[in-house]
Ligand binder design. Structure first.
Ligand SMILES: Cc1ncc(COP(=O)(O)O)c(C=O)c1O
Length: 444
């Protein structure tokens, strides 16, 4: 493996060229110069756990398409399914056996999925879940937590980025901070924001607003401020509180779904969300979103004068449905999750040992297939405010830029997280630890 990945001549050329015709030279800011200080590594191909850039440098990929590639790159079974589907006609926007097969797999694996509706992205899924919740309850407002990201639909774009703590307002009544221009402020009148992992604060907010809420939406493990697990029994308490006030409990499993267990975090933490949303790992690299839950809620989409509208030319895309079925088949195999956890836990333990040995104040948070490194004095990052106040995101960025020089591909954004796919091996963990040791030396 080529570990000298410093030569980036062609990456720089492509990036310069792309900036002529694409905003910031990319299609999402997190892929460009906002995050990669000398411009992005421009990738050309991938196989298994590895990717190659346009200069021919090889990397072990721990970003895995922001978690979409649970089977790694170009898994033979996925490639075979896609090739066959394309040859037969990729999509008909009509009823197909492929969508029924994908849905059956899905409903077998996700405990609360009586039925599922497929869309094309996680953002579409969370958008639909909110519309369903509003229709089902006849209420308009909903509650989201600070630092949670649910896609880019207008009402979700609040308090999703990190900010100086002085701007955040009191935890029991956070200041609403829009993540985007172009959203009417009236949209945010229907959004209640609360701190996460803080039950007393939530109880206080619900005493004030609970009866107005259509839903409480939460990520089960905070995945957009790195990787922050819930406090013991916290999620069950949130679910119970939502129900106490007549609101639905929406579990946004776009990141965690099919990653932590065949049935996602609802299975791992034994939760019964009214609606759950999925994306990323479900599609093994193909665009997908899904909403699942009880039939009496999803049936509101049935054609009628009072239906919940959900259209989409590409819903249940035939090619993707074949990928979903093949992917879920692979994930149902005996030992698939044991392997994901073993590799992830080995990486986590190895990184912790390196930071300890090198005397660097850093924690590695998370478990199994997803984790994040925080350069912090804290023993644990428990919520958004800890992240905003105590995490040295600049140091993390420098650390990851060094890793990139040593053949590890990862985003320098501390808000994201390390991903283990079924393609990762012990050798990949060794490569990571070797690179991390060198990066630590360069940090000092
Ligand atoms: C928890 C969560 N929900 C929803 C989304 C939106 O998914 P997509 O990017 O597929 O629209 C994301 C994306 O990162 C996410 O992390």
């Amino acid at each position: 493996m080529n570990t000298n990945t410093k030569l980036r001549t062609r990456s720089r050329e492509y990036f310069a060229r792309a900036q002529q015709s694409l905003v910031e030279g990319v299609n999402s800011p997190s892929r460009g110069a906002a995050v990669y200080s000398s411009g992005p590594v421009v990738l050309e191909r991938g196989r298994g756990s590895r990717v190659w850039d346009v200069d021919g440098n090889e990397f072990v990929d721990f970003m895995m398409s922001f978690g979409a590639l649970i089977q790694g790159h170009a898994h033979p079974k996925i490639v075979e399914g896609v090739s066959k589907s394309v040859g037969e006609g990729s999509h008909f926007a009509a009823a197909t056996p492929a969508e029924a097969e994908a849905a059956e797999h899905f409903c077998r694996m996700v405990p609360t999925a009586e039925v599922v509706r497929f869309a094309n992205t996680g953002s579409e899924a969370t958008m639909l879940a909110l519309r369903l919740a509003r229709a089902h309850t006849g209420r308009t407002k909903f509650l989201k937590f600070e630092g949670h990201y649910h896609g880019w639909y207008d009402p979700y774009c609040l308090n999703g980025h990190s900010h100086p703590v002085a701007q955040l307002g009191p935890p029991e009544h956070p200041t609403k901070i829009p993540d985007s221009e172009g959203i009417p402020s009236s949209v945010f009148e229907d959004v209640i924001v609360a701190p996460w992992n803080d039950l007393p604060a939530l109880e206080g907010t619900l005493r004030q607003h609970g009866r107005e809420l259509a839903a409480i939406i939460t990520e089960p493990i905070m995945a957009n401020m790195g990787c922050i697990p819930p406090a013991e029994r916290y999620l069950q308490a949130v679910c119970d509180l939502a129900h106490q006030y007549g609101a639905l409990f929406i579990l946004d499993e776009v990141v965690t779904g099919f990653r932590y267990a065949p049935g996602g975090c609802q299975q791992l933490f034994n939760l019964r969300p009214d609606l759950a949303t999925f994306g990323k790992a479900l599609g093994a690299g193909f665009p997908i979103g899904a909403v699942a839950g009880s039939r009496n809620i999803l049936d509101r989409m049935r054609w009628s004068e009072h239906m919940v509208l959900h259209y989409g030319t590409f819903n249940g895309h035939r090619l993707t449905m074949n990928v979903v079925a093949a992917n879920l088949d692979l994930l149902s195999a005996e030992g698939a999750y044991r392997q994901l956890f073993a590799i992830g836990d080995a990486a986590i333990a190895g990184l912790r040992a390196i930071f300890r040995r090198r005397g660097i104040r850093a924690i590695v948070q998370g478990f199994g297939p997803m984790f994040q490194i925080y350069f912090t004095e804290l023993d644990a990052v428990r919520n958004y405010r800890d992240y905003c106040a105590h995490v040295d995101t600049g140091k993390y960025s420098r650390f990851v830029h060094h890793l990139l020089e040593h053949g590890i591909y990862m985003t320098p954004s501390n808000g994201l997280h390390w991903i283990i796919s079924t393609a990762h091996t012990e050798q990949d963990v060794e490569a990571l630890l070797g690179a991390a040791d060198q990066a630590c030396a360069q940090l000092a």
